[in-house]
Design a protein around this ligand. Structure first.
Ligand SMILES: [Zn+2]
Ligand SMILES: [Zn+2]
Ligand SMILES: [Zn+2]
Length: 270
């Protein structure tokens, strides 16, 4: 399974859209892996998680054929994860030569936001379906199970457990400390990779997002339960500019814990 990280920043991007803080100035100067866009990942070129406002940039930058993506799982409606208006670009006039529909999955607020943006389009182009916590979707190539996050009390934010070709990956952001019901599911599985929210870096824990200490805590609890083995990968992502850490800083700090700092364009093969 190839997991291609398209974006690895928090909502503001890095360097942030309008920001002149010292960290953003430094990232602008250094460029390279310090430049982060809004979060999304794509699995084996056909299964995508989230649809941020930087999607066109991702397609152009990494040479992606987005028409090959058949299934799109949305975690929640925050603007850095769902730019629903761009789904209309898959409809007639805007897109030609498509082989089949894009199936979009999300919970209630996601479905509502998509409907407001594109109405009820031809399901041969765009099929929007509601997925509830603990429901499993069989895409034909993967089984994807929705698990509750702890992120925004005003909507049901989801995390995803993706099983494909005998491999399992947990896509764990955006979230704060995981709900116990999510732990119950995770502790009975075996993961080849866990991708975790690290929005707050070395800053204090704030509740709706994780920091490095909390990522280590989740890694340790998963390992203690046997859900992670020695070969399993743990990846931190969704970094805020406020943490003041460039990619080399993150690699050094997280590396001591054998945790991978994601960067835009990174491909993780498990
Ligand atoms: Zn986010
Ligand atoms: Zn900044
Ligand atoms: Zn969010």
């Amino acid at each position: 399974m190839d997991i291609h990280f398209l974006g690895t920043a928090a909502a503001e991007g890095f360097p942030a859209l309008f920001c002149r803080c010292a960290h953003c100035r430094k990232a602008r100067r250094l460029g390279g892996r310090n430049v982060r866009t809004r979060s999304s990942a794509i699995v084996d070129g056909v299964l995508k998680i989230d649809f941020p406002p930087d999607t066109l940039l991702h397609v152009l930058r990494d040479g992606i054929d987005l028409a090959l993506v058949s299934d799109l799982f949305i975690t929640h409606t925050h603007m850095d994860h769902l730019r629903a208006e761009d789904l209309a670009m898959r409809l007639p006039v805007f897109a030609h030569g498509l082989d089949g529909p894009l199936r979009v999955y999300g919970h209630d607020a996601v479905v509502r936001k998509c409907r407001e943006a594109v109405g009820r389009p031809d399901p041969e182009r765009l099929a929007i379906s509601r997925i509830s916590p603990f429901q499993t979707v069989d895409t034909g190539t993967a089984k994807v199970t929705a698990l509750p996050a702890n992120h925004d009390q005003d909507e049901t934010c989801l995390l995803y457990l993706i099983e494909k070709d005998g491999k399992r990956v947990f896509y764990g952001h955006d979230t704060g400390l995981l709900p116990e019901e999510t732990w119950e599911r995770l502790e009975t599985t075996s993961l080849d990779a866990a991708i975790l929210d690290c929005t707050n870096g070395n800053l204090p824990f704030t509740g709706g997002h994780l920091n490095i200490e909390a990522v280590i805590g989740i890694r340790d609890r998963l390992a203690k339960a046997g859900a992670l083995c020695g070969n399993s990968k743990v990846v931190a992502t969704h970094f805020s500019h406020n943490i003041g850490l460039q990619h080399d800083d993150l690699t050094r700090i997280l590396g001591t814990e054998h945790i991978i700092a994601a960067y835009d364009g990174m491909v993780l093969t498990i």
